[in-house]
Design a protein around this ligand. Structure first.
Ligand SMILES: [Fe+2]
Length: 312
């Protein structure tokens, strides 16, 4: 029988795990100390986590409440710290992405029904490098929900974490409200769509729903339009447009939305304006410039990326 004096040869000491674990352990301890966490409260938290595992909600809960920041600094690492050079803020792709969306014209219209419900919205802007140079030929791969908050194109198997949330419409065409638009010679784009809806985050009455109520957070994701923006010589940006005036941006399930992701819309409600656009009613416009970070920026010298930390 192995004792503490008998070194194990089947498993190696892991310096990186030790460093991260030590830091995590200290962070938990610091929070407990700062807030005077009681024995009873700790017990309640452990019991809650055990119940989450038992009910099968653990993955969804940790993804929504804990993992966002972790995903941001791992998959979105190329866009960490946008304040350095004005690069756009990175957001996770999420489970609703479907590859292979068709290319639409520029200016164009996202694939939708002729009588698609929802407020008409024109989104336009420029894709630029952090140097300020416009980027012609950038591809913006867009996806969003319908006005009633449901995604197209996912099979029941692909719906995965969204299962049971009623945020997928299996009857819609695969690429409904999904499309790629390519920027013009000036790096500009414009497309017409409808204002997206609100997605539920947790099954009503579930343990996660209970926690969200206790936290004063909404069991919903704020209205948003997803995009992957790609261009040669630049890191792919994953992004979500959010909307000014949407009350959910401050109480959304995963925590308040970063201010720089929230965009104003302008309402155009005079008949001359909408008729000039070939529309039969009011519409809104929104401007979103995507700022991409060039490949080859000096990550190692970035003090925030912890020099050498990622190379182990
Ligand atoms: Fe989404």
């Amino acid at each position: 029988m192995a004792t503490t004096d008998t070194p194990r040869t089947d498993i190696a000491f892991n310096q990186r795990l030790r460093v991260v674990f030590d830091d995590l352990q200290k962070a938990f301890g610091d929070v407990a100390l700062r807030h005077g966490i009681t024995h009873e409260e700790l017990g309640q938290a452990i019991t809650y986590v055990q119940k989450l595992v038992g009910s099968g909600e653990f993955m969804l809960a940790t993804t929504l409440l804990v993992a966002n920041r972790t995903i941001e600094v791992s998959y979105g690492r190329a866009y960490a710290h946008p304040e350095k050079d004005g690069a756009s803020t990175w957001m996770a792709t999420g489970p609703a992405y479907v590859p292979g969306a068709p290319e639409i014209d520029n200016p164009g219209v996202l694939p939708m029904a002729p009588d698609e419900p929802g407020g008409t919205l024109f989104v336009s802007g420029t894709v630029r490098s952090t140097s300020g140079k416009p980027l012609p030929g950038a591809v913006i791969d867009l996806w969003q929900t319908t006005a009633d908050g449901r995604y197209s194109g996912l099979t029941p198997e692909q719906a995965g974490p969204l299962e049971g949330l009623d945020v997928v419409d299996f009857d819609l065409p695969k690429y409904h409200l999904r499309g790629k638009i390519v920027t013009d010679a000036d790096g500009r784009y414009e497309y017409r769509t409808v204002v997206p809806g609100v997605e539920a985050s947790a099954v009503p009455g579930s343990l996660l729903d209970d926690l969200l109520h206790m936290l004063g957070r909404a069991n919903a994701r704020a209205r948003h339009i997803h995009a992957h923006i790609t261009h040669d010589d630049h890191h792919m940006l994953t992004h979500q447009i959010h909307f000014d005036g949407d009350p959910l941006v401050d109480i959304v399930t995963e925590g308040a939305i970063a201010r720089e992701l929230i965009h104003k819309t302008e309402l155009h409600d005079d008949a001359a304006a909408w008729e000039a656009r070939g529309l039969t009613g009011p519409y809104r416009t929104l401007t979103c410039d995507y700022i991409l970070r060039p490949i080859g920026f000096d990550e190692v010298k970035d003090p925030y990326v912890l020099e050498g930390f990622w190379k182990q």
